[in-house]
Design a protein around this ligand. Structure first.
Ligand SMILES: C[S@@+](CC[C@H](N)C(=O)[O-])C[C@H]1O[C@@H](n2cnc3c(N)ncnc32)[C@H](O)[C@@H]1O
Length: 398
């Protein structure tokens, strides 16, 4: 049998925890988990869907982040990150898991959940590995409960990096988190502008950070895309729209979504108001707003008062005037497809071709209203449309 030291040498890295991301836009998922756990250092591991998390966070912080996250399937705690060599026996990995269990024992019933990322590693089957680990857990005195375990031991087999990651698990794993089945088109008040729940949830989290005191504002709520996700994550949230039809429609969608999720209480409010004058809205407490999400109208403002760029400039200015000093903003703008989507964060100098207006004008509008760009990503919609997803934070004042 191998000694613990030899086994340790096989483990590439002992990152404290590992976040396992969904296949949908892992680059955005990485930014989201970093925003939800600002007290931790995040580091992309070899696989694009694996993020190492180091630093001090309580289990409650980790559980709260994974609970509301859109892009994170699970966090494997005190994870073993195993570099798997082709045709290598898994005995050494199983031994290192048993060692790990000695250091991180749990009381209560357990189950093993194993799933694949990005294809297959030859000779490594999730169900066989889960059975073997389950057998060893049983040998260690754990009682197995596959239906309703108190603890789950997660195993992710990432073929893109030939890595197997294991640890006590928080989150849904490869089970549905509910976002996949919630379709905007099924809501009672639907318009083609309605945002997909997975993107809307991610934007709310990226803009606002951990669920805590502080408000998220959906600046132009339309049918309520962002607002509903903020309310379902138990955030304090305000949705604003100039159009009473949209305000009524958002309220209708909100009630419907809460009932569908069996959620009795929420901290969300929908107001008919102008996002260019947030300081005049009594419900908005100045400097308490931690997150702004903005999906502006595609053409001229439906009320016909302002051109798109002038509207954007005024809303951004108004937002920074009520923002908390660490507030974040996520802005979504339609753009022409960029050819092959790198699905990675766009580099600083990369030009984007917006559907309406010029990128340099948007950049200037952000700068003059004290928003500092933190990241940009492209999301594919269809052959002739993509979206720019931009994350900014309030620029520090001198
Ligand atoms: C693209 S839609 C938002 C879609 C929304 N994200 C959804 O999921 O349905 C833009 C919305 O901005 C609203 N709007 C336009 N000008 C506004 C302003 N000055 N203040 C507040 N809302 C405004 C429009 O009435 C419209 O409902």
């Amino acid at each position: 049998m191998r000694t613990r030291q030899e086994v340790g040498a096989q483990a590439l890295d002992m990152a404290r925890h590992v976040a396992c991301l969904r296949g949908w836009h892992p680059a955005l998922g990485r930014a989201e988990i970093a925003a939800l756990l600002p007290m931790l250092e995040t580091e992309r591991l070899n696989g694009r869907r694996l993020v190492g998390l180091t630093g001090d966070a309580s289990m409650d912080d980790l559980a709260a982040a994974v609970e509301v996250s859109s892009g994170c399937q699970a966090i494997l705690c005190h994870a073993i990150v195993w570099d798997h060599q082709q045709n290598q026996s898994l005995d050494a990995l199983i031994d290192s898991i048993v060692d790990h269990l000695g250091d991180h024992a749990r009381t209560g019933t357990v189950a093993v959940r194993a799933w694949r990322h990005e294809g297959r590693i030859k000779g490594v089957s999730p169900s066989q590995l889960a059975q073997r680990i389950g057998g060893r857990l049983h040998d260690q005195g754990y009682s197995i409960d596959l239906e309703t375990p108190e603890h789950r031991f997660g195993v992710v087999i990432d073929a893109s990096s030939n890595t197997i990651v294991c640890g006590w698990m928080l989150g849904y794993g490869e089970q549905s988190d509910g976002l996949a089945v919630r379709k905007a088109a099924e809501r009672p008040f639907f318009k083609p502008v309605s945002l997909d729940p997975r993107l809307a949830r991610l934007a709310v989290n990226l803009a606002s950070g951990p669920v805590k005191t502080g408000t998220t504002i959906d600046l132009m709520c339309g049918t309520g895309g962002f607002l509903i996700e903020a309310a379902l994550s138990n955030r304090s949230a305000i949705g604003i729209d100039l159009d009473q039809v949209m305000v009524d429609g958002t309220n209708q969608n909100l009630e419907w979504a809460l009932a569908a999720e069996h959620q009795d209480e929420h901290k969300a409010l929908v107001l008919k108001a102008d996002a260019t004058s947030l300081g005049e809205i009594p419900a908005i407490e100045a400097h308490r707003v931690v997150g702004f999400v903005l999906d502006p109208p595609y053409g001229r403002n439906s009320q016909g008062s302002l051109e798109p760029l002038a509207l954007l400039e005024q809303v951004l200015l108004s937002a920074s005037s009520v923002a908390h000093q660490q507030a974040g903003l996520v802005l979504i703008l339609p753009m022409h497809p960029m050819g092959e989507h790198p699905n990675e964060e766009l580099q600083d100098g990369v030009e984007v071709n917006l559907l309406h207006g010029e990128w340099k004008d948007v950049q200037r509008a952000l700068q003059t209203s004290q928003w500092s760009i933190q990241g940009r990503w492209a999301e594919h919609v269809h052959a002739s449309l993509s979206r720019l997803i931009l994350h900014a934070t309030v620029a520090p004042q001198d």
